[in-house]
Design a protein around this ligand. Structure first.
Ligand SMILES: NC(=O)c1ccc[n+]([C@@H]2O[C@H](COP(=O)([O-])OP(=O)(O)OC[C@H]3O[C@@H](n4cnc5c(N)ncnc54)[C@H](O)[C@@H]3O)[C@@H](O)[C@H]2O)c1
Length: 331
């Protein structure tokens, strides 16, 4: 298959690109290289994809998913699209909701419109999120649960998700839980915590730290996305659950231990607006197709810490680009 991977320079996208290349696919990454795409100094390539840069089946196009002309060109000769490109950080969405709406909603509409012009029945995997369902006190959301997004990020993803199902002719939508793993920009709970701990800095924890998320290792998520790309039924959405429900504080304490620090490195900070209390997915629909995650949570978390210890050269240049205006720890 020749895949066009939008947002393929980002965290999950770059992991997915490695997986697809390892399975023999030809991959064209289409990415604007925002801060999350980790542009090199000359801004023409991504630091997240350096290891595959010279792969014979890999190519890279710097482009914006809101730019139909560039997309139409990049789509020529492709068999399928995996649409990751998005603004993805909830905290940033509180400050620039317009950017989130533009990229996540208009960008998705543009991708679908362009596919329709080039090859209407081309398979598209639209990468959505569990955050579209909003917070659930008890129980688990299946794919029919009502959308109750709260933040500008989740609202933009919910609109994109609905658009994808309405406009896509051969579309499959994935709704994954929180990912962690290699190449995650140091602004999300796991990556920011590890980097701060390795630097001997405090970890900011919102509120009481009792908010609950379901966690999935990025390699398992990418495996599920590849599975859905090839096995999902057109017009359907699938939750990708990790089956690892944890409070934020329990994850942070585990990371403190894995990084050889103590709990004095934990700093509780004022809770953020729209901080949904609990996300919880039912993964039954995907399991019924035969897909299962392969990694055990604690092993995957440890593997992630080892990766960040080993690849300081990857994250050190990013440390000044870390997001700090809201989540800076109190001194
Ligand atoms: N990270 C998670 O835990 C998680 C969970 C569920 C779903 N998702 C979804 O998965 C996708 C990828 O998430 P991520 O964490 O890898 O995000 P990320 O922020 O690491 O990467 C996003 C990528 O999109 C690119 N991009 C941004 N705007 C663009 C534009 N206008 N045109 C082209 N490229 C653009 C960026 O340069 C970057 O490479 C997103 O759609 C996100 O909503 C993420």
């Amino acid at each position: 298959m020749h895949l066009l991977v939008t947002g393929g320079a980002g965290f999950i996208g770059s992991n997915f690109v490695r997986l697809a290349l390892s399975r023999g696919d030809k991959v064209t990454v289409f990415d604007k290289l925002t801060y999350a795409g980790n542009p090199n100094d000359d801004a023409s390539f991504s630091g997240n994809l350096l290891d595959v840069r010279n792969h014979p089946k890999f190519s890279f196009v710097k482009g914006d998913v809101c730019d139909a002309q560039s997309l139409l060109k990049a789509l020529q000769g492709c068999d399928a699209v995996v649409h990751f490109a998005a603004e993805s950080h909830v905290d940033r969405s509180l400050e620039t909701p317009d950017v989130f709406l533009h990229t996540n909603v208009n960008g998705t509409a543009t991708v679908l419109k362009c596919v329709d012009r080039v090859s209407p029945h081309m398979r598209v995997l639209h990468v959505s999120t569990d955050e579209v369902y909003g917070s659930v006190e008890t129980g688990y959301c299946d794919e029919h649960a009502v959308f109750q997004p709260t933040s500008p990020y989740s609202k933009s993803k919910a609109e994109a998700d609905k658009l994808a199902l309405e406009l896509g002719k051969n579309i499959v939508v994935s709704r994954s839980s929180n990912n962690f793993g290699s190449f995650q920009f140091p602004e999300k709970l796991v990556s920011l915590s590890i980097v701060n701990l390795l630097l001997g800095e405090k970890i900011p924890v919102y509120g009481s730290g009792m908010n609950v998320r379901d966690w999935i290792f990025v390699q398992d998520n990418c495996d599920a996305l590849y599975f859905l790309l090839t096995n999902g039924t057109a017009g359907q959405a699938y939750n990708v659950a990790g089956g690892n429900e944890r409070t934020n504080i329990s994850i942070v304490k585990e990371l403190v231990r894995l990084c050889g620090r103590d709990e004095s490195f934990i700093s509780y900070v004022t809770d953020r607006p729209y901080h949904d209390f609990r996300y919880a997915l039912s993964g039954n629909k995907l399991s019924a197709l035969g897909w299962r995650p392969k990694h055990e949570f604690s092993d995957a978390l440890q593997q992630t810490v080892v990766w960040f210890k080993q690849f300081r050269s990857w994250w050190e240049p990013l440390r000044n680009r870390r997001y700090t205006s809201i989540n800076a720890p109190k001194k």
